[in-house]
Write a protein that binds this ligand. Structure first.
Ligand SMILES: [Zn+2]
Ligand SMILES: [Zn+2]
Length: 138
C-alpha cells in the first residue's frame, strides 16, 4: 500500500520504520485531518512504546518528505492528513464550518504570483478564513 513511499524513502537514503508506517496508516485510514493528539491516541493502542515526542518528530519528518500535509486550522494547532489530492480549506470564523476547495481554483492565481514575483508557490494546503453563507445571514 505504501510501496511507493517506501521506495521514495530508500532513494532518499531513509528507512521506513514501524513508527512512520503506523502514522501513515492511521492518516490513511482516517481519511480526514487529525491532530497530533488524535494520532498519538491511536499509536498508544498499537505501539504503546511510541512517545508523543516521536509522534511529533514522525509527523514533521513525513511532512518534510511530502507524504503528508499539515494545515493550520486557526487555533494555533496544526492538523495532518495524507498527501494525495491538492486542495485548500475554507474555515468559517464564526461557526468553524470547513470546506475543501480544489487546487484548480487557485492555479491561475499561482501563475500570476509567479509572473509578477518570480516565485514558484508550492503551498498546496492553504487555509482561508471568512464567514460561511449561513453566518453571513445572521
Ligand atoms: Zn486538507
Ligand atoms: Zn459559519
Amino acid at each position: 500500500m505504501f510501496d511507493q513511499i517506501i521506495e521514495t524513502l530508500h532513494q532518499r537514503g531513509f528507512r521506513m520504520t514501524p513508527q512512520r508506517l503506523l502514522v501513515l496508516q492511521i492518516l490513511q485510514d482516517a481519511g480526514r485531518h487529525l491532530t497530533p493528539q488524535e494520532i498519538f491516541g491511536q499509536t498508544q493502542r498499537i505501539l504503546p512504546a511510541m512517545t508523543e515526542a516521536t509522534v511529533y518528530r514522525t509527523l514533521s519528518f513525513l511532512t518534510e518528505q511530502g507524504f503528508i500535509l499539515a494545515a493550520h486550522i486557526g487555533n494555533g494547532q496544526l492538523v495532518y492528513e495524507i498527501a494525495g489530492h491538492n486542495h485548500h480549506h475554507l474555515i468559517c470564523r464564526a461557526c468553524g464550518a470547513t470546506q475543501q476547495i480544489d487546487h484548480q481554483f487557485l492555479e491561475s492565481l499561482y501563475q500570476q504570483f509567479r509572473s509578477k514575483t518570480g516565485y514558484q508557490i508550492d503551498s498546496l494546503h492553504v487555509t482561508f478564513f471568512g464567514l460561511c453563507p449561513d453566518c453571513q445571514k445572521n
